[in-house]
Ligand binder design. Structure first.
Ligand code: HEM
Length: 409
C-alpha cells in the first residue's frame, strides 16, 4: 500500500494530469485506504464506496443546497455566486441546488411536461441524427466530437424547448460558459465568460417566455406557460432558471456520453462486434458506458443531522462529495470493474445520482445516446480510431469527455 498523502478533491480533477490521464489510479487508492475521507482542502467528506454513495444520494432527509453547508465546506461555498445572497433560493438557483418544498414544487410539474415531450421525441431526434450523419464526409478522417457528438444534443434540447435553431451556436457557447458555475476552480477569464453567458441566457429565456405566453407553440416553454396559467405555482424567474438548467445540463453531458461510448467501443473491438451482431445491445452499451466512463464525476449533499457514513460521524451542515466515478468501479459491487463489457447483468450504476435529485434528463440522455450510437454504427460499421493511443480529455473539473475523437470511416 502506498504511503503517498491522500489526494484532495482538487487532485481528483483533470487539473491534475495524473487524474486526467487515468482517474482510477487515485480513486482506487483512496477507496482502499480511506473510503470516507475528510479532505481538509475542500472541507468536504469524499466518498468513494458504492454502498456509501448510493446510501447518501438516496437519503431524502439530507440537504442539497450548498448554501446550507458550514463555512468550512469551502468548495461548496465557491459554487454559490455572490449575487445569489439576498434573493429567495428558488429565484437564485435551479432545482439542482434546491431543497423541498421548493424543489418538489418546481421539479414535479417540470418533469411531467418534460417527460411528455421526451415520450414523443424519438422520430424528430432520428431526423436530427440522420442529418448530422449526412453532413459527414467519410472519404477523409474526421473529428467525431465536432461533427456529431457536440451538435446533436444541443439540437435536441433546442427542439424540445422550442428555441431558435438559427442560434444553436450561441446556445452552445452559453451552455459551456454557464456550466463553469459548477467549477469551483474556474479562473477569472472563465468567471467573466460565465457571467456574460448567464446574462445572455437570462435575457433570451425572459423574452421567450413572454413570446410563448402570447403565442403558444408545440414546445416545452409553451407547455410550462400553460401550466402556469392553469395554476402551477412557478414564477417566471423560476421558470427561466430551470429552462436554462435543462439547456445547460443536457449539453456537455450527453455529448460526452456519446463520445465516451464510441471511443470505448472502438478500443474494445470484441464489444463492438457484439453490438454489430446484436443491435439491441445498444442499451447495454449506454449503461456500461455510464458505469465505466461516466460524464459527471461527482454530486454533493449537506448533512441535515448527525449521520454515520461507513461508521464515520458526519455532523449537521458538514458537506459530502460523492465520487460517482469511483462508486461505479467498486469491486464490492461490480465483478471485473475495470473491464468494459456489454451484455452483463450488473448492479445499477450511479452516473445519474439518485433520490429526489436523480438527473431529470436521464431518459433523454439515454434516448439520444441509444439512437446516436445505433445509427452511427449502422452507417459506419468499419469506423476506426486515428491516434488511438492519445485520447484528448477535456480539462473541465468534475466532467469527463473528449476534446476530439479523430476517426476514419
Ligand atoms: C449522460 C448525461 C447526463 C449525466 C451523466 C447527468 C448527470 C447528472 C447528475 C449526476 C445529477 C445530480 C444528481 C444527484 O445529485 O443525485 C444531475 C442532475 C440534473 N441533470 Fe443531468 N445528467 C445528464 C444529462 C442531462 C440532461 C440531458 C438534462 C436535461 C436536458 C439534465 C439536466 C439535469 C438537471 C436539471 C439536474 C438537476 C435535477 C435535480 O436536482 O432535481 N441532465 N445530472
Amino acid at each position: 500500500m502506498t504511503k503517498d498523502p491522500l489526494p484532495s478533491l482538487f487532485d481528483l480533477t483533470p487539473l491534475n494530469e495524473t487524474y486526467r490521464a487515468e482517474p482510477h489510479v487515485l480513486l482506487r487508492d483512496l477507496r482502499e485506504r480511506c473510503p470516507v475521507y475528510h479532505d481538509p482542502v475542500s472541507g468536504l467528506f469524499v466518498l468513494t464506496r458504492y454502498a456509501d454513495v448510493r446510501g447518501i444520494v438516496s437519503d431524502l432527509t439530507i440537504w442539497r443546497d450548498p448554501k446550507l453547508a458550514e463555512e468550512g465546506a469551502t468548495m461548496m461555498k465557491l459554487q454559490i455566486s455572490a449575487d445569489q445572497t439576498d434573493v429567495p433560493r428558488s429565484e437564485a438557483t435551479s432545482i439542482l441546488f434546491l431543497d423541498s418544498p421548493d424543489h418538489e414544487r418546481i421539479r414535479v410539474p417540470l418533469m411531467k411536461a418534460f417527460y411528455t415531450r421526451i415520450a414523443k421525441f424519438r422520430p424528430a431526434f432520428e431526423v436530427i441524427v440522420d442529418e448530422a450523419l449526412a453532413r459527414i464526409n467519410p472519404s477523409e478522417p474526421f473529428d467525431l466530437m465536432s461533427v456529431f457528438c457536440v451538435p446533436i444534443p444541443i439540437d435536441a434540447i433546442a427542439t424540445i424547448l422550442g428555441v431558435d435553431h438559427e442560434r444553436l451556436v450561441e446556445f452552445r457557447r452559453w451552455s459551456e460558459g454557464v456550466i463553469q458555475g459548477l467549477n469551483p476552480y474556474r479562473n477569472e477569464a472563465e468567471s467573466a465568460e460565465m457571467e456574460t453567458c448567464q446574462e445572455a441566457l437570462n435575457a433570451y429565456f425572459t423574452e421567450a417566455i413572454i413570446l410563448r405566453r402570447e403565442e403558444p407553440g408545440d414546445d416545452l416553454i409553451s407547455d410550462m406557460t400553460k401550466l402556469q396559467a392553469e395554476g402551477a405555482k412557478i414564477s417566471d424567474t423560476e421558470l427561466r432558471i430551470n429552462l436554462g438548467a435543462l439547456l445547460v445540463g443536457g449539453n456537455l453531458t450527453t455529448t460526452d456520453l456519446i463520445g465516451n461510448a464510441v471511443r470505448l467501443l472502438l478500443i474494445n473491438p470484441s464489444e463492438l462486434a457484439k453490438l454489430l451482431a446484436t443491435p439491441s445491445l445498444v442499451n447495454s452499451v449506454v449503461e456500461e458506458t455510464l458505469r465505466f466512463e461516466p460524464p459527471v464525476d461527482i454530486t454533493t449533499r449537506v448533512a441535515s443531522k448527525l449521520t454515520k457514513i461507513g461508521g464515520c460521524p458526519v455532523k449537521p451542515t458538514q458537506g459530502v462529495c460523492m465520487s460517482l466515478r469511483a462508486a461505479n468501479r467498486d469491486p464490492e459491487v461490480f465483478d471485473n470493474p475495470d473491464r468494459f463489457e456489454i451484455g452483463l447483468k450488473r448492479s445499477p450504476h450511479v452516473a445519474f445520482g439518485g433520490g429526489a435529485h436523480i438527473c431529470i434528463g436521464a431518459p433523454l440522455a439515454r434516448l439520444e445516446a441509444q439512437v446516436a450510437i445505433s445509427k452511427l454504427f449502422e452507417k459506419f460499421p468499419h469506423l476506426k480510431l486515428v491516434n488511438a493511443d492519445a485520447p484528448e480529455w477535456r480539462g473541465l473539473p468534475f466532467f469527463r469527455g473528449l476534446e476530439r475523437l479523430d476517426v476514419q470511416a
